[in-house]
Design a protein around this ligand. Structure first.
Ligand code: NAP
Length: 259
């Protein structure tokens, strides 16, 4: 399918690895020029080079912490008049609810709520003026079904989800869509870290922790960054202009709910 977005410009945050990288690669396959970001310059440049080699698009790499004011300014300067924004950042650490203090919450809110909101506020007005734009926020299945050890994520992402629900309906009339992609477990470094945590806690191997988790997923496996990226690219496509303010779950059926 021709996604109809060749020649557009996208900013993909936190994109040297994992789900962000999957989104960047899929957009590049559709002919989109990219600004990609992550903190570590080496992995980021390697990803930029892999994308250029695979798809021949222009890729600008901005090594910066997207959760900081300075990091966002650097990314926005490179972005110019971007047509597409994919919001992403690392997820908060696991833990239990009595242990988190104000600073833990502020950090989680900064990364997973206030940073995507700031980038939306910076880039969406230009998209509205030009009459076309796409924003996809990578959130989590924890928005639909809370994950006990990821209470910081449950909280911060719920805040972003509320902002998107209202804002997406205020900008849709200008040709700009804002939607959220909700990953269940995907085979990335984040999943390896989570499995290692479960393994330590339960005295089992990381492989056993993964197999145990797979048994809770109807698909019986972890999702891939490629599948995730393809869904993101579709939401950014010309075909997705009527999809507004939605929370699209990619979880292999893991969330057991009718709606
Ligand atoms: P990942 O494989 O660990 O990759 C994270 C990427 O984000 C890396 O490129 C990392 O590069 C970059 N990054 C992290 N913090 C950043 C920051 N402050 N500024 C700029 N770049 C940053 O993680 P993932 O699995 O793709 O997860 C992406 C998001 O989806 C996370 O928020 C995660 O919580 C959420 N999620 C993932 C899963 C899953 O199963 N994978 C499930 C639900 C939700 P640097 O470290 O070099 O900055």
């Amino acid at each position: 399918m021709d996604l109809g977005i060749a020649g557009k410009r996208a900013v993909v945050c936190a994109a040297s690895k994992g789900l962000g990288r999957g989104c960047a690669m899929a957009l590049a396959e559709a002919g989109v020029d990219l600004v990609i970001n992550a903190r570590g310059a080496e992995a980021l440049e390697a990803t930029a080079e892999a994308i250029r080699a695979a798809h021949g698009v222009t890729v600008t790499a901005v090594a910066a912490d997207i959760t900081t004011e300075a990091g966002r300014a650097a990314v926005l300067e490179a972005a110019g008049t971007a047509d597409i924004l994919v919001n992403n950042a690392g997820g908060p650490p696991p833990g239990m609810w009595p242990d988190w203090g104000r600073e833990d919450f502020i950090k989680a809110l900064d990364a997973n709520m206030l940073t995507p909101i700031a980038l939306i506020q910076a880039l969406v007005p230009g998209m509205m003026e030009r009459g076309w734009g796409r924003v996809v926020n990578i959130t989590s299945q924890s928005v639909k079904a809370p994950i006990a050890v990821l209470g910081l994520s449950n909280s911060a992402r719920a805040g972003l989800t509320g902002f998107v629900a209202g804002t997406s309906r205020q900008v849709a009339g200008s040709g700009v869509t804002i939607n959220n992609l909700l990953p269940g477990i995907h085979a990335t470094d984040r999943a390896i870290a989570l499995d290692a945590g479960v393994a330590r806690e339960q005295g089992i191997t990381p492989e056993e922790a993964k197999a145990q988790r797979c048994r809770t997923i109807p698909s019986g496996r972890y999702g891939t960054p490629e599948e995730f990226g393809a869904t993101c690219a579709f939401l950014c496509s010309q075909h997705a202009g009527f999809i507004v303010g939605q929370n699209v779950l990619l979880d292999g059926g893991g969330v057991n709910a009718t709606l």
